[in-house]
Structure formats: C-alpha cells, structure tokens
Design a protein around this ligand. Structure first.
Ligand SMILES: Nc1nc2c(ncn2[C@@H]2O[C@H](COP(=O)(O)OP(=O)(O)OP(=O)(O)O)[C@@H](O)[C@H]2O)c(=O)[nH]1
Ligand SMILES: [Mg+2]
Length: 263
C-alpha cells in the first residue's frame, strides 16, 4: 500500500503462474560493488567471491534456494554501469536479461549512491516487466544519515522496492517473498519508461513495429528499437545470432537460413 492507503498494482492478487520443471529463475543485476554476490551468498548459502573493489564477478554464477517448497535458481551477474555493448560484462548481463528472460530480475542498488545506481535500474526497467529493486547497504546508509522512502520510489518506478542489508541478512525474507510473488505472476508492475524527445520518439514509433514483426512479443521491442537507433552494433549482432539460432531450433539445421549467423 502507498502512503494514501491505496493499493499498488502488486498488492492485488493475480492468477498464479507455475514454475518450469527446474523452478523459477532469478537474476541479480546492478552496478559493481553493490553487494550482488553478498546477496547471492546469503540467499543460496554459496560462497561467491566478494570484496570491496569493483569487477570481481566476471562470469555469471548460479546457485539455488528453496522457498515455500519451490526452487529458485539465482544468477549472479557481473556488475555493470550500463547494459549497452561496451564490454563483455555488459553483454553477459544484457543477454541474460533480454534473451534468457529470468522470471525475476533483481536490480541491486547501493543505498548510499542511489542517484548514480538508478541509471542502470532505469535501463533494466526498459528491458523487462519483471523487476524488483533491492536497495542494499541500508546499514551503511543509516550510518550516513541517508533515508530512503521505498514506498515513494516504488510508486514512481512502478515496481516493488525492498530495502536490505545483505551482509547482516536484513530484509532477505521480505525480498524472497516479493520474488516469489512476482515469479508466480501474482504481481503486476508498471515499469517506469523514459520518454525521449519528440524526434527520437517518432523514430522509435517507426522502428518498433518492425522489431515486433520479426520478434513478436518475446523480446522488448521498444528497448531494442531504441538501442538500434543508438547504433548498438553489439546488440544487432546478438539479435542476428539469435534469429539464426531460432531458425536452427525450428528446422534442426542451419541449411537455408536467410539470416547470417556470426561466430
Ligand atoms: N555494510 C554493508 N556492506 C555490504 C553489504 N552488502 C555487501 N557489502 C560489502 O560490499 C562489498 C561488495 O560486495 P560484493 O557482494 O562483492 O559486491 P558485488 O556487487 O558482487 O560486486 P561486483 O561483483 O564487483 O560487481 C563487500 O565488501 C561486501 O562485504 C551490506 O548490506 N552492508
Ligand atoms: Mg560480485
């Protein structure tokens, strides 16, 4: 509920969604050094490398936890400042969110540097409807006298916001509950989508139907149109590979594929 006592979309009960045979998949994304691996370890009981310098997690790691009888596979993505195609880390994180489409993407934010961290959060909100924002390092924020109004933040951004101190294990139960409800389709979000200037919005409106014609609703068409207009060659290549792979999956052979598949 928000401060006026109104229910947010995710307070309403939605019809449930069943897990795949292997359970639900939850990805942890965020800037470097926000506590993703600490959260991953706290959730899964594993020992991913953590430390007080950025760039420790280079390839994604997977672990599992059980919650109310369901299995959740957690993917610890490398820390990135954006999800363009500037580095292998960004491509790993981007491809996972866009192509593998986890049931829930948790964006882990540093409560002591929220403004900077929100940049990546806004990008993820453009890429997926199934996003939870986890404002971590709350113990550090409190020490610095920083207050976070998670209710206001979730009203503005249209997705649940949970405050945690992963190293102290605080807020994890609430986080697991929200992850479970979102994974099971019991939460409807209204992710905040940036509006760009008139010229760019016109171009997006032209390109987006073309993207949808090729990929249907299985990929985020507005976000793809935006990235292509920005000249993201890395994404264009990933999309071509993806199309080629779908051809192979459907026909069982690459013969006759109209799309060039790059290595
Ligand atoms: N005070 C405090 N420190 C935390 C918290 N969560 C993580 N840390 C510390 O923050 C530092 C970075 O944590 P990591 O879990 O390695 O961060 P990461 O996001 O996985 O970093 P990269 O893999 O480099 O992107 C470590 O020193 C952690 O012990 C928290 O809730 N409170
Ligand atoms: Mg890490």
């Amino acid at each position: 509920m928000n401060s006026q006592g109104n229910k947010r979309p995710w307070d309403r009960q939605q019809p449930g969604k069943s897990p795949s045979l292997s359970g639900y998949r939850v990805a942890l994304a965020g800037n470097p050094n926000t506590g993703k691996s600490t959260l991953f370890n706290a959730l899964t009981g594993m020992r991913q490398h953590t430390g007080n310098w950025p760039g420790k997690t280079v390839l994604h790691a997977e672990g599992r936890y059980l919650h109310n009888g369901e299995t959740y596979t957690v993917i610890d993505l490398p820390g990135t400042y954006s999800l363009f195609s500037n580095s292998a880390d960004e491509e790993v994180a981007r491809d996972h969110i866009v192509f593998d489409q986890p049931d829930v993407t948790v964006v882990v934010l540093d409560a002591t540097a929220l403004e900077r961290n929100l940049n990546l959060a806004l990008q993820v909100l453009e890429m997926s409807d199934h996003v939870v924002l986890c404002v971590n390092l709350m113990d550090e924020a409190k020490r610095k006298g920083i207050q976070i109004n998670s209710g206001k933040l979730s009203d503005k951004l249209g997705v649940p916001v949970i405050k945690t101190a992963a190293r102290e294990g605080e807020g994890l139960e609430e986080l697991k509950q929200v992850i479970a409800r979102m994974a099971q389709g019991k939460i409807t979000t209204r992710p905040y989508r940036l509006r760009y200037d008139e010229k760019l919005e016109t171009k997006i409106a032209e390109l987006e139907p073309e993207v949808r014609r090729v990929f249907g609703n299985r990929l985020p068409s507005r976000w793809i149109a935006l990235r292509l207009l920005d000249g993201d060659a890395g994404l264009a290549k990933a999309l071509r590979n993806r199309l080629g792979k779908e051809e192979v999956d459907q026909s069982g052979t690459t013969d006759g594929s109209p799309y060039p598949v790059e290595a």
